[in-house]
Design a protein around this ligand. Structure first.
Ligand SMILES: Nc1ncnc2c1ncn2[C@@H]1O[C@H](COP(=O)(O)OP(=O)(O)OP(=O)(O)O)[C@@H](O)[C@H]1O
Length: 346
């Protein structure tokens, strides 16, 4: 099944723009802005099937629930895997945020961004989720285009721009020119894979189980330059065998190496995309560099590491975590000028 991108005219008829990510769901209402930016999580009472909490509150419950409460994540690797749960989650998130305004607001047309190269089944699941909210028409837009627009890249110009969208479960890389994708790659690696690599490293080398909230401070080590000597940091966690709390001195270099391992596939994707581009476009990119977006762009040192590995300047998009929904919002509000490529008259 092939699908064609909607025109800007079709997008201007949408009242909401939605980005349903593995980590967070964002909703933009036309002429209002981003009204919801919440974790893609729902907590359900499995005895009654009732929703207990959604978004931030449900996220806080993860790992702390009694047996009858299940914390569900209806989105994985950029695709809705549980349509009914995603629909209920979205409905409650919007109900909580907009109250009566939401009940009065018909979502007849919605724009949704989809990871580049999504399977037809993933596109269908996104459409069904929005149909469940009352939408009659759902327009799907490539996340890479939405993110490039949201990052302020001059996508419609005849010059190359490169965008890397590093989310929770996936990283998407593209070179764009004249409003279209020239070459793109998606890899199933994002911030979550980096976090898992850190957790696994501490488990394997220090027999320490790291609480999830302790992973983020260790991200600092990704961009720290190697000094040649041995630099260590004290890390607290739980002993794998005894279950007791303890601390260990962890070598920075070991953690940095563990974090860089999953990022190898992101670097491979960048190389593949560059190889697929005509030389003139690659020359543009050498000056312009890479625009880094997605929530993982906030990881300290990721820009530095990608810059060192590619030899290209790397810029972090303003508010990199919401660029895709902001870009989609700009499209539904008609703030993106259409590229007119009329045939020249003789
Ligand atoms: N300040 C931060 N420092 C480090 N990592 C961060 C920070 N903020 C967010 N992240 C990471 O960004 C990721 C979430 O990014 P984003 O919100 O773009 O994901 P998503 O769009 O829901 O995911 P996907 O695109 O994979 O469906 C998570 O892995 C999270 O840990």
């Amino acid at each position: 099944m092939t699908y064609t991108s909607p025109t800007l005219e079709q997008l201007r008829r949408c009242s909401v723009a939605v980005d349903i990510g593995a980590a967070r769901t964002r909703v933009y209402v036309r002429n209002v802005g981003v009204v919801a930016d919440e974790p893609s999580v729902a907590a359900v009472d499995i005895r009654t099937g009732a929703l207990i909490a959604v978004g931030e509150r449900a996220e806080q419950m993860a790992g702390r629930t009694p047996g009858h409460i299940r914390v569900a994540r209806p989105v994985a690797s950029g695709a809705v895997v549980d349509i009914e749960m995603a629909r209920r989650m979205l409905k409650h998130v919007l109900g909580d945020k907009l109250g009566k305004r939401w009940r009065r607001m018909p979502v007849l047309r919605a724009a949704v961004c989809m990871p580049h190269g999504s399977e037809p089944i993933a596109r269908r699941a996104a459409i069904e989720t929005l149909y469940g909210l009352g939408a009659r028409k759902v327009e799907l837009v490539d996340t890479l285009i939405a993110a490039a627009v949201g990052s302020g890249l001059p996508v419609e110009h005849p010059e190359a721009t490169m965008i890397v969208v590093c989310g929770a479960g996936t990283t998407q890389v593209a070179v764009l020119s004249l409003g279209s994708i020239v070459a793109a790659e998606t890899v199933p690696v994002g911030g979550d894979a980096i976090d898992r690599a850190v957790i696994q490293h501490l488990r394997n080398h220090h027999e320490l189980m790291l609480p999830t909230q302790s992973v983020r401070p260790l991200h600092q080590m990704l961009g720290s330059p190697g000094t040649g000597g041995t630099v260590t940091t004290e890390v607290y966690g739980r002993d794998v065998v005894s279950g007791l709390a303890r601390s260990v001195q962890v070598e920075t270099e070991g953690v940095r190496h563990a974090m860089r391992t999953p990022l190898t596939s992101v670097l491979d994707a960048i190389t593949t995309v560059l190889r697929a581009c005509p030389p003139d476009l690659v020359a543009d990119l050498a000056d312009r560099g890479i625009m880094l977006a997605g929530g993982s762009a906030l990881m300290p040192g990721l820009d530095l590491m990608l810059g060192q590995a590619t030899g290209m300047p790397v810029h972090i998009a303003p508010r990199p975590d919401t660029v895709a929904v902001q870009g989609l919002g700009a499209m539904i509000e008609g703030r993106v000028r259409p590229l007119v490529l009329d045939p020249l008259t003789a």
